[in-house]
Design a protein around this ligand. Structure first.
Ligand code: HEC
Ligand code: HEC
Ligand code: HEC
Ligand code: HEC
Ligand code: HEC
Length: 215
């Protein structure tokens, strides 16, 4: 090689290797940082919905329990989105000419489902189940944040693997009494002590094997 190339080209290729390493590193770093931007994680991003439904109004204002509308949350994998007939329990008599509620009245008449846009969605290769978490004393607020303060729904947490694992490794920092599952402002007087006790009482194990979530 030394016969074919001028010594200077050797320096040049050395410099280009260094350049590739520097830029490659910067690119990887940027991609890593990108993974945590709202553009990727959708944290805090509000989606357009057919009706501007306010959890703040209905939960904090009217005191309706989550399970009135999301009634599968204790029994099945998914929590479920309420049908228009649940809204009409009240809105056939209250605010029954509000223009904002026109899509609900229309859906009630035709029977076609309201097309809510999904805010939380883990990829298909991830297994998630609400009822398991509810039974083991993990509250809605631990994963969805203070929904009662949300004028419009958004994602409070990334739902990425590292976030799931942080709790699966340290469930005692999050577990609460089952009676407080849907409470939005519950706080343990001493989480460390109560957490340890509940982990024992509810037989909570630290599930971190891949198969738990990728089955
Ligand atoms: C009066 C009915 C009602 C009540 C009560 C209610 N919700 Fe909802 N919830 C809805 C509707 C309708 C949607 C779909 C529209 C939206 O995303 O805002 C929804 C959406 C959600 C979503 C996002 C779903 C998605 O697309 O990912 C979460 C999380 C949620 N609710 C949690 C709760 C929690 C926690 C409570 C109790 C503190 C609660 N809700 C109480 C009606 C209700
Ligand atoms: C238990 C009764 C009840 C149920 C069930 C209920 N709402 Fe309401 N909703 C109310 C009341 C009361 C208000 C007025 C609240 C206020 O302004 O403080 C209201 C207000 C609203 C408003 C604002 C209307 C306006 O013109 O300002 C919208 C939109 C709405 N509800 C959508 C829904 C949807 C969608 C559902 C079903 C997922 C639903 N509600 C279920 C009682 C209910
Ligand atoms: C351990 C975390 C965790 C807890 C606790 C939790 N959720 Fe969820 N929730 C999620 C995840 C993750 C999704 C997305 C599921 C998917 O994409 O399949 C979700 C989705 C939802 C949805 C959208 C519809 C659906 O089922 O996919 C609603 C509504 C909801 N949650 C309500 C609730 C309510 C109400 C509670 C409390 C009773 C609750 N969640 C407790 C993590 C949690
Ligand atoms: C705030 C705490 C918390 C978060 C966040 C959380 N989990 Fe869990 N998860 C638990 C607890 C506690 C259990 C019950 C463990 C046991 O069986 O003793 C559990 C159990 C499970 C199980 C059942 C495992 C089995 O083999 O029985 C699955 C599946 C699961 N979680 C998936 C997820 C996924 C996916 C995410 C993230 C999107 C997630 N979890 C986020 C606390 C959490
Ligand atoms: C507590 C639940 C949970 C456990 C346990 C878990 N994962 Fe995941 N994993 C997830 C979730 C949630 C995602 C989706 C992340 C996203 O949407 O960005 C994921 C994504 C992935 C991906 C796709 C790349 C990525 O980071 O998005 C791979 C590969 C993966 N997991 C491998 C594993 C392996 C290997 C193990 C065992 C050492 C494991 N996972 C254990 C929840 C889990």
């Amino acid at each position: 090689l030394s016969q074919l190339f001028h010594p200077r080209s050797n320096n040049f290729s050395r410099a280009s290797i260094v350049l590739v390493m520097v830029f490659g590193g910067a690119l990887l770093f940027a991609l890593g940082a990108f993974q945590t931007t709202p553009y990727v994680t959708q944290v805090g991003v509000i989606r357009e919905q057919p009706v501007p439904f306010s959890h703040q109004h209905h939960v904090a204002g009217l005191g309706i329990d989550c399970r009135y509308c999301h009634h599968y949350v204790e029994k099945s994998a998914s929590a479920g989105i309420p049908s228009q007939s649940i809204c009409m329990n009240c809105h056939s008599v209250m605010w029954n000419d509000s223009p904002m509620l026109a899509p609900i009245r229309e859906a009630y008449k035709t029977g076609a489902p309201v097309e809510w846009s999904k805010v939380h969605d883990v990829p298909d290769f991830v297994y998630f189940n609400h009822s398991i978490h509810v039974k083991k004393g993990i509250g809605c607020a631990s994963c969805h944040g203070q929904v009662d303060k949300m004028q419009l729904m958004y994602k409070e947490n990334t739902l990425q693997m590292g976030w799931c694992l942080n709790c699966h490794r340290n469930p005692e920092q999050f577990v609460r009494p089952r009676e407080e599952i849907t409470s939005m402002d519950w706080k343990a007087p001493d989480q460390q002590k109560l957490g340890k006790q509940l982990v024992k009482d509810y037989h909570i194990q630290s599930k971190t094997d891949c198969y738990a979530c990728h089955r």
